[in-house]
Design a protein around this ligand. Structure first.
Ligand code: CA
Length: 314
């Protein structure tokens, strides 16, 4: 039999340092009765997008990029190799358009929450249309919900013109009484990227809006910390919705609506950390990554770091 010096058939021929654990090695498929630290659900859906989008490929790209990071936090000098990410896999969507897939997200998130496996959940989009049924499912489980949305856009477009899209999730949540405007914080709103009508809608509904200039003046950490504390006083749970197009195109090129004038990757991570340190924050979605537009996985890698900032904040 042929003996190999550097090959072991059946094992990937990769360099493995026995003192280093990769995040991907802490991911375990869900099995009934197990306990973990973070639940992961993939939502490969981009049929709700106004523009061309392959955001349906993002859950796979983000999972692959988990192999690029170790479990050791240099900032905290802690190794989290002992923690477990429980992966529920991807939701299987219908090829049909319309509300059927929103129903599937609502049902699946509710079912995952009822397994009571992990204290926190990360939902990998998909485009921003997934947030409406997802928040609705969390509201069903936890009660009164506050939402912190990091986004270049308001996403409160009218529903009458084209039904529910990735431009309408927060309007849907408000119009259906699932959240109230006073419990929605939008940070990262960018110049010349929205219509005045929708800023007026936000104002009328009592939504707290922070533009990029507000962030420049006060600092993202201070804004998110303050708003998280404010929300925590009046809601049962806080949901963090991360539209990756809040980051500048220089840091997150793989977004269908990528543009200049946004957050740096450091500001994005500071915002996640500032919010997630509060124990009422139980879920985060990461949406609007189109891997076919990305450059060397920059955007998917930033998404993994955001997930880790959320996961290891407590
Ligand atoms: Ca959005």
């Amino acid at each position: 039999m042929q003996a190999f010096s550097y090959l072991k058939p059946g094992e990937p021929p990769i360099f493995k340092d026995r003192f280093i654990t990769k995040i991907s090695e802490t991911v375990t498929p869900y099995k009934s009765g197990m306990r973990g630290d973070l639940a992961l659900i993939g939502m490969p859906l981009s049929r709700l997008s106004i523009s061309m989008s392959k955001a349906s490929d993002a859950p796979a790209a983000i999972r692959r990029c988990m192999g690029s990071f170790t479990t050791y936090s240099a900032e905290k000098d802690l190794d989290y190799a002992g923690r477990t990410i429980v992966d529920y896999g991807d939701i299987r969507f219908s090829p049909a358009a319309g509300e059927v897939n929103l129903e599937r997200i609502y049902t699946t998130v509710g079912e995952v929450l009822s397994t009571d496996t992990c204290p926190r959940t990360v939902l990998l989009g998909g485009d921003h249309g997934v947030t409406y049924p997802s928040v609705k499912a969390f509201a069903g489980r936890f009660g009164k919900i506050g939402v912190i949305q990091l986004d270049a856009h308001h996403d409160v477009r009218n529903i009458e013109d084209g039904g529910r899209t990735n431009g309408t999730p927060f309007r849907s949540l408000i119009e259906e009484g699932i959240i109230v405007g006073e419990h929605l914080v939008q940070a990262g709103i960018r110049d010349f990227a929205n219509g005045k009508e929708y800023r007026d809608y936000a104002r009328k509904r009592g939504i707290s809006v922070f533009t990029m200039s507000d962030i420049e003046r006060e600092g993202i950490r201070s804004i998110i910390e303050r708003e998280t504390v404010r929300l925590a006083k009046s809601v049962d749970m806080i949901y963090f919705s991360l539209d990756m197009d809040c980051a500048d195109q220089a840091y997150a090129p793989g977004c269908p609506a990528a543009g200049p004038g946004g957050l740096t990757s450091r500001e994005l991570l500071a915002a996640v950390g500032a919010c997630a340190s509060n124990e009422k924050v139980k879920a985060m979605d990461i949406v609007e990554i189109d891997p076919s537009k990305d450059v060397q996985d920059m955007t998917s890698k930033l998404a993994v770091l955001a997930m880790l900032a959320f996961y290891y904040s407590q």
